[in-house]
Design a protein. Structure first.
Length: 201
């Protein structure tokens, strides 16, 4: 009899950073997002759906792990350097609350990731981050064996220096400038793989 691989769901899957690491560790992965990404790791099952309309109850007992990276745009500390609009963390929290709701309805281990700037908004409802790697902050179940590496966020800056080159704020953790927000938000492969290895039943 063929053994069936465990199933994970990735909410707000974006470009599939979580998916790539989980697939490598032998998971089946279903990614949910309101926008169909241009690319996803081979083997990912994709459902184009607004996660605010998704119920976790039908997945209870069928899903062994829930991961989510709701958009960090409204929480990012890069707003200190932007001038084109004002962030709206209250609006950003709407999707965050639904990710936590779905994870709890599923009743499986879950990990929800966001940025440092999200902490003041998450903590009153969900407590402090359970763990952290570099600029990545995680709520939910604890990762025991964390991967080693110099993990940095990618950024996009409209600011330029006198030569016309993009100006990198000195206190950012960013390694490179990337304009695509989905690409900037992608979870590093090593982190996703470590989570997949630990929570594989």
């Amino acid at each position: 009899m063929t053994e069936v691989s465990p199933l994970a769901i990735d909410l707000c899957c974006g470009r599939g950073g979580w998916c790539a690491g989980l697939l490598m560790e032998g998971w089946r992965v279903i990614g949910f997002d309101i926008v169909r990404p241009r690319t996803l790791p081979h083997g990912t099952l994709f459902v184009q759906q607004d996660v605010t309309t998704l119920s976790g109850a039908p997945w209870r007992g069928r899903v062994s792990l829930v991961v989510a990276s709701p958009p960090c745009t409204e929480f990012s500390q890069m707003w200190r350097f932007a001038r084109h609009r004002t962030p709206d963390p209250t609006a950003g929290m709407v999707l965050v609350r639904h990710c936590f709701r779905i994870a709890r309805e599923v009743g499986a281990p879950y990990i929800i990731e966001n940025v440092a700037g999200a902490r003041p908004w998450f903590m009153p409802e969900f407590g402090p981050p359970t763990w952290q790697i570099g600029p990545y902050y995680f709520w939910g179940d604890q990762l025991v064996l964390q991967p080693m590496g110099d993990f940095r966020k990618r950024i996009w800056s409209y600011a330029r220096d006198k030569t016309g080159a993009r100006r990198r704020p000195r206190d950012t953790h960013a390694a490179t400038f990337v304009r695509d927000p989905a690409e900037r938000a992608r979870i590093p492969f090593a982190i996703a793989r470590a989570v997949g290895a630990q929570f594989h039943p």
